[in-house]
Design a protein around this ligand. Structure first.
Ligand SMILES: Cc1cc2nc3c(=O)[nH]c(=O)nc-3n(C[C@H](O)[C@H](O)[C@H](O)COP(=O)(O)OP(=O)(O)OC[C@H]3O[C@@H](n4cnc5c(N)ncnc54)[C@H](O)[C@@H]3O)c2cc1C
Length: 400
């Protein structure tokens, strides 16, 4: 059958997060029928900003997602300091073709959602997947409805339900022993503070303060430099030193009381209700696919936030899948193509997972010397990669 006569694949995606939405857009571009099932109603989207490094900016453009139209800020550089505020190194996360961006997670999500809707992907909200049968490629919703497809994609995040159908041994992400406070402060509030105003600068910059106890503070702006995004990563065991009857904000301030005074003034600008995230990790899975079921994003390779690559790697997965399941793919060819997808992606995703793990490994009492050599090597390996082109090469050299 000529490829133009082959009917499109009928694809079901579980989860409409960053990876699921990107996969929906990319697979619709190949002409496939795409239905997304998302358990939430998107009415209480939370989360602060995320960094989009050069390896994903170009991919988003090719998916028709212009993040600059959604308030993304172009990075003017990265500064890495000791916790006392001494500059350790500066870096530029820019390649010849793209610069790093900062974007509010909700803005990225809505940009992807608009692209998916424009591509006529079907998005079903408040649709919790309760069971899944890889053999019949069917899912059962909480409503009892059973839906079948040619291809099932599990894009259901860190605490994936679909993962158990691929790997029973490592199906649950485990606590990493660290947590992060995470919040935004309006930039005019930063500018009005006598000590913190040094962080209200015109050029969007990412700053990291690291210490030997495993604490790390990260800041960068978002929403056209109108808000400052702040993360305070820390080992959970340090919390034992702090009385638990304090508010999360008081705990955060006490936890970081020996950091540079300007940084402390910045943390003091947080609202009382600072949100806290526990970090989870999972060893590399032996595979991400079984028959016509595949995992992508955090479901396949949960990523700690130390490499700022979780969303990016999910989008690289999505693009790779769409190239390998290009228009004209026969349902019978899908299992081989999904194996090819795993082969094309897993080493890179595992490398990023391991880099993030190493960056986040420091525990109290450990001597952690910031290693700019390791960062620069990581940037070189990760930022100039073209996942789209790589998938095309993999397909060209495959027998299927
Ligand atoms: C503190 C922190 C900072 C981060 N910073 C960055 C950064 O700077 N840059 C970066 O690239 N990444 C960053 N990340 C990582 C990034 O957020 C994740 O890697 C990314 O969101 C993964 O996308 P995903 O689509 O795989 O999963 P998710 O975005 O988690 O989406 C999964 C979706 O599946 C849905 N779902 C789950 N179960 C079901 C079910 N049974 N039925 C139906 N739907 C279901 C969920 O509701 C959710 O919408 C950070 C993460 C954290 C925690």
């Amino acid at each position: 059958m000529a490829s133009k006569d082959v009917p499109p694949l009928n694809v079901i995606i579980v989860g409409a997060g960053i990876g699921g939405l990107a996969a929906a857009v990319a697979l619709r571009q190949q002409g496939h029928q795409v239905r997304l099932y998302e358990k939430s109603g998107f009415s209480h989207e939370v989360g602060a900003a995320i960094t989009l490094n050069p390896n994903v900016v170009g991919l988003l453009e090719r998916l028709g997602v212009d993040v600059d139209q959604h308030g993304a800020d172009k990075e003017g550089g990265l500064r890495y300091y000791s916790h006392k505020g001494d500059l350790v190194f500066k870096a530029n996360r820019q390649t010849e073709s793209a610069a790093t961006r900062y974007i509010h997670r909700v803005d990225l999500h809505s940009a992807l959602r608009v692209a998916a809707i424009n591509q006529e992907a079907e998005i079903n909200l408040k649709s919790h997947i309760e069971t899944l049968d890889p053999k019949t490629r069917s899912i059962t919703l909480a409503s009892g409805d059973v839906l079948e497809a040619d291809v099932l994609i599990g894009a259901d995040g860190m605490h994936s339900f679909t993962r158990q159908f691929i790997s029973q041994e490592h199906s649950k992400a485990m606590p990493f022993g660290k947590s992060t406070f995470r919040f935004l402060v309006p930039m005019d509030r930063v500018a009005a503070d006598p000590r913190a105003k040094c962080f209200a600068v015109k050029d969007p910059i990412s700053r990291i303060w690291d210490d030997k106890e495993g604490r790390r503070i990260v800041t960068y702006p978002c929403r056209s430099n109108s808000e400052l995004n702040i993360l305070v990563l820390h080992p959970e065991e340090l919390r034992e030193r702090i009385s638990s009857d304090k508010t999360p904000k008081q705990q955060m301030l006490e936890l970081c009381s020996d950091f540079n005074n300007d940084v402390l003034a910045l943390l003091a600008l947080a609202d009382d209700e600072v949100l806290e995230w526990r970090l989870f990790d999972l060893p590399a899975l032996p595979t991400w696919c079984s028959g016509r079921l595949a995992l992508l994003g955090d479901a396949a390779h949960p990523l700690l936030p130390y490499a700022a690559q979780g969303g990016a790697q999910a989008i690289e997965d999505a693009v790779t899948l769409s190239v390998l399941l290009h228009k004209g793919t026969l349902p019978g060819d899908v299992p081989e193509r999904l194996k090819l997808y795993f082969d094309a992606r897993h080493q890179r995703a595992e490398y990023v997972q391991q880099f993030a793990r190493t960056q986040g490994a420091a525990r109290p009492g450990q001597k952690e010397v910031p290693d700019d050599g390791a960062w620069h090597e990581f940037f070189k390996k990760i930022f100039s990669h073209d996942a789209w082109g790589h998938a095309e090469e993999v397909l060209k050299h495959s027998k299927s």
